[in-house]
Design a protein around this ligand. Structure first.
Ligand SMILES: C[S@@+](CC[C@H](N)C(=O)[O-])C[C@H]1O[C@@H](n2cnc3c(N)ncnc32)[C@H](O)[C@@H]1O
Length: 299
């Protein structure tokens, strides 16, 4: 089912049995929106409707939905903004950034707003999240999610994040959930199985340019979390390794997940990359995901 290009890469990361598990369907997960409701109250309401939930211990507000008698997007609780359907690895990226209530945060590729709204939640609706995305259609979804979830500290701007320096702002924290091949989402998107070299080259060009733009507007000692829903080292460790050679960046440990790769294709990468994290469907029950947390030193 995978393109020869992907198979070649996957055989260097996974066993044959693991490759077969990459596309296996997985239970969905929800994040309780504590801006609107307490966890116990929501869990009780959903249980009364016949849902079975299981707390995901390594996320702050995440639950696996084991039994789902209704579509998750069709309950009154969903429409009231009491929860968001979100992969646990995406929740973890926001938790890794650790935004505080007085921070000025940039979410650079923000739509439809899954991570923007979680950043706002962690910040207790205080401070400011500037949420940028290029897509008109996806920004509409972001605005509707922001409103449904009762988020009040987001400034949503449809623009090209490559020109973010024109805002004239310097950010405390930045999340770059980069546009990517999406190879980690093959369990719900079969097109992710046929990506080839050209797709990867297109994505890495944009990812590199977005990272440069982000570092240009991050304050000294500010933190950037870079993440993708891709298994491919070109979009993940190799991208970060190149940055480490050009900027004074400290790699900070992300709590959960498998350590990032420190060599690829016979090439040694920075040993610091072991502090980045990979998430795998067959290990973590999540989409394929990568998280790097970096602190910039300007002086
Ligand atoms: C992985 S998705 C973001 C998902 C989002 N962070 C969330 O959690 O809901 C990547 C996004 O990057 C946006 N994008 C691609 N190129 C961009 C650019 N140059 N400037 C701003 N956004 C861009 C796409 O429109 C897409 O919405």
């Amino acid at each position: 089912m995978f393109s020869p290009f992907l198979l070649d890469r996957y055989r260097r990361i996974f066993t044959e049995d693991e490759i077969k598990l990459l596309a296996k369907p997985m239970p969905k997960a929800i994040r309780v929106n504590t801006l609107k409701i307490g966890e116990e109250e929501l869990a009780a309401r959903l249980r009364d409707r016949g849902f079975t939930l299981e707390k995901i211990p390594w996320t702050r507000h995440g639950y696996l939905v084991k039994t789902c008698p209704l579509p998750l997007g069709a309950t009154p609780e969903y429409l009231m903004g009491y929860y968001f359907i979100q992969d646990p690895s995406s929740m973890h990226a926001c938790e890794a950034l650790g935004p505080r209530s007085r921070d000025l945060v940039l979410d650079m590729a923000a739509a439809p707003g899954g991570k923007t709204t979680y950043l706002a939640q962690i910040m207790g609706n205080q401070g400011t999240v500037v949420a940028i995305d290029l897509s008109r259609r996806r920004m509409k979804s972001l605005r509707s999610n922001v409103s449904r979830l009762g988020v009040e500290n987001v400034l949503a701007v449809r623009t090209n994040a490559l020109s973010v320096e024109n805002f004239g702002l310097v950010f405390d924290k930045i999340l770059l959930d980069a546009p990517c091949t999406g190879t980690g989402t093959v369990h719900r998107n079969r097109e992710a199985a046929i990506k080839d070299r050209g797709d990867v080259e297109k994505c890495t060009a944009v990812q590199g340019a977005l990272l440069e733009a982000a570092l240009g507007v991050l304050r000294d000692r500010g933190v950037i979390v870079y993440c993708t829903c891709s298994f491919l080292p070109e979009e993940n460790e190799l991208m970060v390794d190149r940055l480490l050679g050009r900027y004074d960046l400290g790699v900070e440990e992300v709590e959960h997940g498998e350590p990032g790769l420190t060599s690829w294709n016979g090439r040694e990468l920075s040993p610091e990359l072991r502090k980045t994290r990979r998430f795998y469907p067959h290990v973590h029950g999540t989409q394929g995901f990568f998280i790097a947390k970096l602190r910039l030193r300007k002086s």
